[in-house]
Design a protein around this ligand. Structure first.
Ligand code: XIL
Length: 321
């Protein structure tokens, strides 16, 4: 079987999230099928600057050396986010202090991987899910104000003139959240803020989003005139609120999952001129964050390869065109 990256070479890069363990345990699949990787946690604020001015690069460097050795490109994820950010960042912070801490972090981490990462998720998940609020309530918003994203992208551009800078979010296909994501980016672009791309996480499940909604969302984001990446795709076999546990997914469920992957990738191929990379949030079903989210310690099977690293129906489905 040809590798995924080979099959998609005329369309977009195909990526996977990895961590310090899976770069070893899943290296064969990574080398054969993927030409982009994202650190699942290692490049997040809490891991890279756990204490002020104490930068920890070892884990990321380990993953980077695997990537370089195997000619795999690397994304940066993520600089400014409300999660996995250490408490010291917000402690006793005025607007000016927090901007200074934001700038130091972006400058240092940006500079360190300037020649290595081809893009960064500069801001992650700043838009609110609930209909009646625009921005997510977060310490970044509350301490700095609504212009915190402008600062983040401007700082990132200052240190990274040649790296693509992304705004990344989830529930990207849902209405009205997709309108808000669109508007936030459009307004930034109109103000001259350097946003090069929109990252669609695409944490999907067997019930949603509908592929009609995904298509409409793609159509809308395409109008921004910037690049699009799928940054964290996976497809839970359970509806979001469903707490069912299964010993093993039935063949019908896996076929349904494959059909959604197939349709999703078909839509993505139609936008190949602006889709830069499609990244899966993991490699194979033996290592997925969905085993603990949203239900703790519940097995899930969201990826393209099974627990034994064998191709699933979903993989065949996206290779069949
Ligand atoms: C997740 C990781 O996969 C987990 O290991 C970690 O415990 C929590 O974060 N949106 C994002 C990712 O932008 O960084 C998250 O990754 C999944 C949701």
């Amino acid at each position: 079987m040809v590798g995924l990256k080979e099959k998609y070479k005329d369309y977009f890069k195909v990526g996977a999230a990895v961590n310090i363990y899976t770069v070893d345990t899943h290296k064969e699949l990574l080398i054969k099928h993927f030409n982009s990787i994202t650190c699942e946690n290692e490049t997040k604020f809490v891991n890279i600057q756990p204490e002020e001015n104490n930068y920890e690069y070892d884990q990321t460097d380990k993953i980077l050396s695997f990537a370089k050795k195997n000619n795999i490109a690397m994304r940066g994820h993520t600089m400014v986010w409300h999660n996995q950010t250490p408490d010291w960042v917000f402690k006793d912070a005025t607007r000016d202090i927090l901007l200074e801490r934001m700038k130091n972090h972006i400058y240092n981490v940006g500079k360190k991987y300037k020649n290595d990462f081809y893009c960064w998720d500069v801001v992650n998940e700043a838009i609110e899910d609930k209909k009646d609020l625009f921005y997510r309530k977060s310490p970044w918003l509350e301490i700095i104000g609504e212009d915190f994203m402008d600062y983040a992208f401007n700082y990132a551009r200052e240190v990274l003139p040649d790296t693509d800078l992304y705004y990344n979010d989830y529930n990207e296909s849902e209405y009205p959240k997709r309108d808000k994501i669109y508007k936030a980016i459009k307004d930034m672009l109109d103000r001259g803020v350097p946003v090069d791309g929109v990252g669609l996480q695409c944490h999907w499940n067997i019930c949603s989003p509908s592929m009609d909604d995904f298509k409409q969302a793609m159509e809308q984001y395409a109008k921004l005139g910037i690049k699009i990446q799928v940054t964290e795709m996976d497809l839970s076999v359970f509806d979001f609120k469903d707490e069912t546990r299964l010993d093993k997914p039935g063949i019908d469920l896996l076929k349904k999952q494959a059909a959604i992957y197939k349709e999703g990738f078909k839509i993505l191929r139609e936008y190949k001129d602006i889709v830069d990379t499609v990244t899966l949030w993991g490699v194979a079903d033996d290592a997925t964050w969905l085993d603990d989210f949203p239900v703790k310690n519940r097995k899930n099977w969201p990826l393209l390869f099974d627990e034994n690293h064998e191709p699933k129906e979903a993989l065949y489905a996206i290779m069949d065109f």
